[in-house]
Design a protein around this ligand. Structure first.
Ligand code: ZN
Ligand code: ZN
Length: 137
């Protein structure tokens, strides 16, 4: 595999390391991601929880998604930067915010999800496949 990915929050209190390659990466325009990002979409990588090591004081927020999955979102307890999330639908995975990476330039998005709730002003890479909701796996 390539070098471990590293990242953290804006104030530097939260730090993370991922020692395996991400399984997937993409943009999501669902209404939850709009709220949590404060923008038109969130950009995420999905990775193995067992290979994700995170340290620092974080706040968490839990809710039930429309899919029926129970979601937990983690953010820095000091500067409130979103860091990652977990879903009961993928207990062995974590969804890490690309903006928290030390080098987000290395992000390789594969698709745009939930374009049905995206906005005309939120233009994301038009060369990527789009899905109206969550793609079937
Ligand atoms: Zn912070
Ligand atoms: Zn979303």
């Amino acid at each position: 595999m390539s070098e471990p990915l590293t990242g953290g929050c804006h104030c530097g209190q939260v730090r993370w390391t991922l020692t395996s390659d991400p399984m997937w990466g993409g943009h999501c325009q669902c209404t939850n991601c709009q709220k949590f990002s404060g923008g038109g979409h969130a950009s995420n990588i999905v990775a193995a929880k067992a290979d994700f090591d995170v340290s620092g004081d974080m706040s968490s927020y839990e809710y039930d998604a429309d899919s029926g999955n129970h979601m937990t979102r983690y953010a820095c307890g000091n500067c409130a930067s979103p860091i990652y999330g977990e879903s009961s639908g993928n207990p062995k995975g974590v969804v890490i915010r690309v903006g928290s990476m030390d080098d987000p330039a290395g992000f390789a998005p594969k698709a745009v999800l939930f374009v049905g709730s995206g906005h005309a002003w939120d233009t994301v890479d038009s060369g990527l496949p789009t899905f109206p909701g969550m793609p079937q796996r």
